[in-house]
Design a binder for this molecule. Structure first.
Ligand SMILES: Nc1nc2c(c(=O)[nH]1)N[C@H]1C(S)=C(S)[C@@H](COP(=O)(O)OP(=O)(O)OC[C@H]3O[C@@H](n4cnc5c(=O)[nH]c(N)nc54)[C@H](O)[C@@H]3O)O[C@H]1N2
Ligand SMILES: Nc1nc2c(c(=O)[nH]1)N[C@H]1C(S)=C(S)[C@@H](COP(=O)(O)OP(=O)(O)OC[C@H]3O[C@@H](n4cnc5c(=O)[nH]c(N)nc54)[C@H](O)[C@@H]3O)O[C@H]1N2
Ligand SMILES: [Mo]
Length: 762
């Protein structure tokens, strides 16, 4: 019997829980417990004290900005959890793997796998014993190199989760291209790829146009499907400051997310003692999942009606005429949509949408914020198209205090793309590859995450290298993917902690333990910093101080360089050892490869507030085919690929306040008032009655997409929750087996994790 605390059930009565508004004392109380320690260590306190400040560690949780003038504590509850989770004093070393077979570990809960502690030595899977065994680094690199050399380059896939710094990521992207492929899927393929692909085609930039300063000047913020309180909590301070100076916040979200309703600032002692939180959203509308296109059609209808009533005063005619194309077609299509259809698709009334239009029209400067609620839909492209439309009617892109602002997920997910981690040639310019390294890049574009999965299913992909992440758990169609994974010839995981993906080894399989961002990274050239890019395209250096988990753990950059050197033919321009000794040299290469983005990179590395790499759309330079910003003509009023019908429900998968993606810190979702278990299905009371369900009843969900594959998750406890009719919710990653791999955003293949049609089976 394995010695772990949460076997089949995932109840955790000890997780701290209280009912305080998001950000209050309650959020601080939860921090110390995540790794079972009574209180944070001295080094943890030092790292948290310096976190997100120049010269400190840049938080490995979310991608929110690190302000030039940081607060006394520039970290949040969830950043602290991520930090303490990494600073875990427990170790998953050789003795741990001697005690547990891979088969036995497969029965463990995700939370318990990572709770085994930091990985502390390189491991090779021994199929005879079904165990991971310690191995020497050189032997690991030699075998990985031999396996990769024996393949056609395009049979290899190099995945990256958005953790690793720019330096390691650049070398990883270079390694793939030097080997002869561009199969570089990234976590953003499951996340903001909808943004990267579609914003590029609408306004000529793959990233948001705002910077942190814009939040000091905006008159209104329209929020679509981003859960600030759990996923980018430091943003709550920015929001509160905006609200305090009169900015009006309007939110569209099927779930009433606590942080967007009210927020108590734990850094404001007055508020703590008075206990009076600030109201964040002036209006909060519980839109149906996939209903945002209809909402925005209604808002634009309102703008057009106001212009009709007072011609020349509402639309930004100079902007529309001087900078855009497609306005007339878009406006005609929106005028043709009926309010009946808008109300049916959005689940909101015309009066509500008119009320929100009033706020929009009252504002000279508006910001549109969004997250996974817009991107993870089949018609996510149109969600973004409509938001761009709405903003552009009044010239709200490319002026101070206005813009479109996707909130990115992983701390360096945006930056990895900037330095070449991506499947397209454009991600790492071929002329630079030739000039700097004499390498001719593959002309064929590579595979994104969904295409990589298809390749694993059909056997055309033979090697899966992962720089961080937990792909098997994060992907759609998990059961199909888990059963295909062992057919891989080679699996390599560069990781800090043990996770589920490590437990489906290919024929040859390695776990290579790496330093985390909080760890001290000392190479032949001395202590090394790494860097990352935030959601506002600002770049920061990060310096770790903690004692590494063991002397057999290497930096991500050293591991990438080690694998590359063992795989590639000798090339004097590929100086893997020199680069490992001194990361300044890698930053010089990044600057040479992307001179517009990274001028004086080394000199500006520790600049307070980061350095800005610029954004043409912010300056109203449109790098689109026509040189103009494009209005999008809506062709449908629902972002869903398939309506659930009367017997089905639309499933949205959520993150709790006690997880970072597949890393489960605990079993409480404090800000939603839920605790104890993650195997739940949230249903509103009216729907429970209509469907004949009772609270606490255990049910299954089955997917209604008809593609010949049966998909089902059992053992879900019915939990009443305030949601729109026709909509149910549950947790990611537990419900991932329900999402079909082929059910994804049209242009970018981002899985439709927020709009899967399912049936509840009692
Ligand atoms: N603590 C913590 N921080 C994180 C993460 C984490 O797991 N934990 N993950 C990181 C990552 S990688 C990412 S990408 C971000 C994710 O951060 P978010 O973008 O906030 O993503 P989610 O929490 O998946 O969902 C966002 C919201 O969308 C709403 N929603 C669902 N469907 C719809 C819809 O159709 N319309 C609208 N308007 N809303 C909808 C949900 O109710 C939810 O509130 O957070 C990052 N930060
Ligand atoms: N149903 C559903 N599925 C989803 C989503 C959803 O909303 N709903 N969201 C999607 C989104 S937005 C994303 S981004 C993906 C996330 O997918 P991934 O990025 O693949 O998954 P993570 O859970 O972030 O990865 C966690 C693992 O990263 C490793 N790790 C942690 N820190 C480090 C480090 O510093 N270096 C290295 N090398 N490894 C490290 C640890 O081993 C840890 O177990 O999931 C997607 N899947
Ligand atoms: Mo993400």
């Amino acid at each position: 019997m394995d010695d772990h605390p949460h076997h089949a059930t995932d109840q955790d009565p000890d997780t701290p829980f209280d009912d305080a508004p998001s950000g209050g004392w309650g959020s601080l109380a939860g921090i110390a417990h995540v790794t079972g320690a009574a209180r944070p260590s001295a080094v943890a306190i030092r790292i948290l004290g310096e976190m997100n400040k120049p010269g400190g560690v840049m938080c490995s949780s979310c991608a929110w900005a690190k302000p030039a003038e940081p607060a006394a504590f520039e970290f949040c509850e969830n950043g602290a959890k991520a930090t303490l989770w990494e600073l875990d004093r427990r170790r998953a070393g050789a003795d741990f793997f001697a005690r547990h077979t891979v088969g036995a570990l497969r029965g463990w809960h995700d939370h318990d796998l990572e709770s085994a502690g930091r990985l502390s030595e390189p491991l090779r899977y021994d199929p005879e014993q079904d165990r991971y065994m310690p191995v020497a680094w050189d032997a690991a690199f030699a075998e990985i190199g031999a396996e990769l050399r024996a393949m056609v380059p395009e049979q290899a896939v190099f995945y990256a989760s958005g953790h690793a710094g720019l330096e390691a990521s650049y070398l990883y992207a270079l390694f793939a291209r030097a080997m002869g492929h561009q199969n570089l899927p990234q976590s953003s393929n499951m996340c903001h790829e909808t943004t990267s692909v579609n914003l590029l085609s609408f306004i000529g930039t793959a990233v948001g146009t705002c910077t942190l300063e814009d939040f000091d000047h905006c008159d209104t913020i329209f929020f679509f499907g981003q859960n600030t309180g759990s996923n980018s909590p430091r943003f709550l301070h920015t929001l509160k400051a905006a609200v305090d100076r009169g900015c009006r916040v309007v939110t569209f979200n099927p779930v009433r997310e606590r942080g967007l309703i009210e927020f108590a600032d734990p850094q404001s002692p007055a508020q703590m003692t008075v206990g009076k939180p600030t109201r964040i959203s002036e209006h909060y509308y519980q839109v149906k999942p996939g209903g945002d296109i209809a909402v925005m059609a209604g808002l634009i209808k309102g703008v057009l009606a106001a212009e009709d009533a007072a011609p020349g005063t509402v639309l930004d005619h100079d902007f529309i005429a001087g900078h855009t194309e497609g306005f007339d077609e878009m406006a005609a299509a929106v005028r043709a949509v009926t309010w009946h259809e808008i109300e049916a698709e959005s689940g909101l009334t015309r009066a509500m949408i008119d009320e929100a239009t009033g706020v929009y029209l009252s504002a000279g400067r508006a910001i549109g914020i969004y997250g996974m609620g817009l991107t993870q839909h089949v018609h996510g492209w149109l969600n973004l198209g409509m938001l761009v439309n709405l903003l552009m009617t009044r010239g709200n892109i490319g002026k101070p205090g206005a813009g479109i602002s996707p909130v990115r997920g992983h701390s360096n997910v945006q930056g990895q793309r900037t330095v070449g981690v991506g499947e397209k040639s454009a991600h790492m310019p071929p002329d630079k590859l030739r000039a700097l390294f004499g390498i001719d890049a593959a002309t064929r574009e590579g595979r994104n995450a969904v295409q990589a999965c298809e390749g694993i299913l059909d056997g055309t992909v033979r090697a899966m290298v992962s720089l961080g992440g937990n792909l098997v758990r994060a992907l759609p169609d998990r059961e199909r993917m888990e059963s295909a994974w062992p057919k891989l010839r080679l699996t390599v995981h560069v990781a800090t902690k043990l996770n589920r993906s490590h437990l489906v080894p290919g024929a040859v399989s390695y776990i290579l333990p790496c330093l985390g961002r909080t760890d001290r990274d000392v190479q032949a050239g001395g202590p090394q910093a790494v860097s990352m890019e935030d959601t506002f395209s600002h770049i920061y250096g990060s310096l770790g101080h903690a004692e590494p988990p063991s002397d057999r753990v290497r930096s991500e950059l050293a591991i990438v360089a080690g694998m590359a050197e063992a795989t590639l033919p000798a090339n004097p321009a590929l100086r893997w050892r020199d680069w490992t000794a001194n990361y300044d040299l890698v930053r010089d290469l990044i600057e040479q490869t992307y001179p517009d983005d990274f001028a004086d990179f080394n000199q500006r590395l520790m600049q307070p507030g980061g350095f800005y790499r610029g954004n043409p759309a912010r300056d109203r330079i449109w790098k689109t085919d026509s040189g103009r910003a494009r209005f999008t003509t809506p062709s449908t009023m629902s972002a869903l690929g398939q309506a659930p019908g009367t017997t089905g429900m639309t499933l949205i998968t959520l993150r709790s306040n006690d997880q970072f993606n597949t890393t489960i810190y605990g079993f409480s979702d404090r800000l939603r008032g839920l605790k104890g278990g993650r195997m739940v299905v949230l249903v509103n009371r009216g729907e429970m009655q209509r469907l004949g369900l009772s609270e606490g009843q255990v049910v299954a969900l089955e997917t209604l997409v008809d593609d010949g594959v049966a998909r089902r998750v059992d053992g879900l406890t019915v939990t009443p929750y305030d949601l729109p009719d026709g909509c149910i919710a549950g947790y990611y990653p537990e419900l991932n087996p329900l999402v079909p791999l082929g059910y994804h955003e049209k242009n970018s293949a981002t899985p439709a994790y927020k709009g899967t049609p399912v049936r509840i089976v009692a």
